[in-house]
Design a protein around this ligand. Structure first.
Ligand SMILES: Nc1ncnc2c1ncn2[C@@H]1O[C@H](COP(=O)(O)OP(=O)(O)OP(=O)(O)O)[C@@H](O)[C@H]1O
Length: 250
């Protein structure tokens, strides 16, 4: 299996000399192509910090981060935006769709910035809309869509360029139960059918149970991980047990 993301001895400190806050102490982690993983941990454990580092938005104090074999900690800022554009998709808690564009144009946006033919772009948008259950909503503006539909639109936009890795930061944070499960089922389908590699940060055990592996980040280190067997329900109860043994996720 191909290693798509590999962190080795990653540390991150904030602050100035004498007042350092060591947020990540020594994180090592390998994600293979096509995996869907979750990162959980108490509030303040450093999950968003870790996501910022692996998604090239920030640099570690120490350690290496290989994204498809390239050490992104050594790459200059100018090249990083290209690496981000070509390799990474983001799904955030707030959907970040552009208000003055129809859903189809929002989903197409990452492709429209490149040099693709209109027909190819339309075909790809249709394919993504189907995958995310949005085929009937493409001509609507974001304000005409529910929160769940907007979030699925944002996920479709993140996937349309077929990025090597998709980072999702609390993607269900603003959604009700039904919309959350719709989104997570779509993400699972994208993972299985498109072989999308997904790294999701979440507090929510139900969301995490859709992934294949859960890594637990505490005190700046990944202390343990658990893997899903055949049943999502059984994985969910193991995640709850793990959270309980650590004193809760928050
Ligand atoms: N830019 C920054 N400058 C200084 N300290 C920061 C910065 N970003 C985060 N921190 C600190 O790093 C620690 C970890 O923050 P982070 O947001 O990564 O945690 P988290 O696990 O994502 O928390 P939550 O689950 O509450 O979102 C916190 O103590 C936070 O105050």
């Amino acid at each position: 299996m191909k290693e798509i993301l590999k962190l080795d001895g990653v540390c991150k400190e904030y602050g100035i000399k004498g007042f350092k806050n060591k947020v990540l102490r020594d994180v090592s982690l390998t994600v293979n192509e096509g995996e869907f993983i979750s990162i959980m941990g108490p509030s303040g454990a450093g999950k968003s910090t870790l996501l910022n580092l692996v998604s090239t938005l920030d640099k570690p104090t120490k350690g290496t981060i290989l994204l498809d074999g390239v050490d992104i900690t050594k790459v200059k800022n100018k090249e990083l935006s290209k690496i981000r554009r070509d390799n990474i998709g983001f799904i955030f808690q707030d959907y970040n769709l552009l208000d003055n564009m129809k859903l189809m144009d929002n989903i197409a946006l990452p492709l429209a910035l490149g040099r693709k033919k209109t027909k190819d772009i339309e075909d790809k948008v249709k394919q993504m809309a189907e995958l995310f259950g949005l085929s009937d909503h493409l001509k609507k503006y974001p304000y005409e869509l529910s929160g769940g539909q907007q979030q699925r639109g944002s996920a479709a936009r993140a996937l349309i360029t077929k990025p090597k890795v998709i980072f999702a930061d609390e993607p269900t944070g603003a959604l009700d139960t039904r919309s959350s499960s719709d989104l997570l089922e779509c993400m699972t389908r994208a993972n299985k059918e498109e072989n999308a590699t997904i790294i999701m940060v979440t507090h929510d055990a139900i969301s995490a149970s859709y992934s294949d592996k859960v890594y637990m980040l505490t005190d700046g280190e990944i202390k343990c991980h658990i893997e899903k067997g055949n049943s999502r329900k059984e994985f969910y109860s193991r995640i709850l047990d793990l959270l309980a043994s650590m004193g809760g996720a928050r």
